[in-house]
Ligand binder design. Structure first.
Ligand code: BGC
Length: 348
């Protein structure tokens, strides 16, 4: 189940692990902890890879928009790459216009993780380890991270994130799978039905930084409390959709931070019947409708990825939380354990 996937320019080997359990087949790379493919059956038992990706390590290194990757140390944006913690100001790597995105230019998506397979009862999975040095990309503290990917007996894909630090820091870890439940080479996700259990979202400015307001979704394109297709309101002339060229926003999950993962979203492709339910301990969900895919990348199925060919549902704390004291805190201190869990369940 372990094979050589390729080598980085400096000769570092990148391995691929294949896991198969409960009807779900997963391929994971040590580079970025990337989910290279995730295959699930449709209502007739036909498998498809429902996650955008590439066939070669070179493609991932050269220009992947975070396909399938683990994101850290801070998922989503930090305004102008600056924040103050305990009275001390920090500057982190700016890689998205004026802002920092997904941990900076060399985020966790570009790290080679130590990977260890495990079997526990009827579960199979991988432990992924990464240590980020004090000051890496500007973030304070040595951050020791462990991510566990588990395929359960039911075929659920469960992701457990754990981290510790030796200095006060901020952490926001997530996974950046681009989903297309009809198959990664099947065109747009505009007909997918999406439900998000959130009455509010965080409106953004033109740089996609939250204004600080928690706005009601009622009467806006952002109301997904009852399932509707992604395409239904995508062209609604709402200023927020103009800023992001579509949906690229954080939903304020009604359940808030929870100890155990609770249901927050359902995605369904009516054509294949494939359905994914997401449960999480996290208070936010970034729904990104693949707006910046622009026809310049050829994916693992040999087709060109264009705008709207996939969507991301990134469970996390709200963007730019380090600069918004009213948002749930992303501060991690020595002696504390960062722990979050997200479970993806599949049916057809
Ligand atoms: C962000 C998008 C960004 C994308 C990277 C998403 O998580 O919300 O704004 O373009 O990642 O391709």
């Amino acid at each position: 189940m372990k094979s050589l996937f390729g080598k980085l320019a400096d000769g570092t080997k990148v391995h691929s692990w294949a896991l198969d359990n409960g009807g779900t087949r997963l391929k994971v790379l040590s580079y970025g902890g990337i989910v290279q493919s995730l295959e699930i059956p449709d209502r007739d038992g036909r498998y498809a890879n429902v996650s955008l990706g590439f066939d070669t390590i070179e493609d991932y290194v050269e220009g992947s928009p975070y396909f399938g990757a683990l994101i850290g140390r801070y998922g989503n944006r930090v305004a102008e790459g600056r924040f103050t913690l305990d009275g001390e100001s920090h500057e982190v790597n700016v890689n998205d216009g004026a802002n920092s995105l997904h941990g900076g230019a060399q985020g966790f998506d570009t790290r080679v993780w130590d990977v260890e397979p495990f079997t526990e009862g009827s579960d199979v999975g991988l432990y992924l380890y990464c240590t980020s040095a004090d000051g890496e990309m500007g973030y304070p503290g040595t951050l020791r991270t462990k991510v566990t990917y588990t395929l359960t007996r039911q075929g659920d894909w469960r992701v457990d994130y754990e981290a510790t630090t030796d200095k006060a820091t901020v952490v926001n870890l997530t996974s950046h799978v681009y989903w297309n439940l009809a198959g990664e080479d099947s065109g747009t996700i505009y007909d997918h039905e999406l439900e998000i259990a959130a009455s509010r979202y965080t409106p953004v400015d033109s740089g996609l930084i939250p204004t600080g307001e928690l706005a009601e979704v009622t009467g806006t394109p952002f109301d997904f409390r009852r399932a509707k297709t992604v395409g239904e309101d995508l062209r609604g002339a709402h200023r927020q959709l103009l800023y992001a060229k579509g949906f690229d926003h954080n939903w304020v999950l009604d359940k808030g931070v929870t100890r155990e993962p609770e249901h927050v979203a359902t995605l369904r492709d009516p054509s294949s019947g494939r359905t994914m339910r997401i449960a999480t301990t996290e208070p936010g969900l970034q729904f990104y409708s693949g707006n910046f895919l622009d026809g310049t990348l050829v994916g693992s199925g040999g087709t060109i990825y264009r705008q709207g060919d996939a969507l991301c549902l990134e469970t996390q704390h709200y963007p730019d939380s380090p600069n918004h004291p009213s948002f749930p805190s992303t501060v991690l201190r020595p002696g504390q354990a960062y722990r979050t869990t997200t479970v993806h369940s599949f049916q057809a």
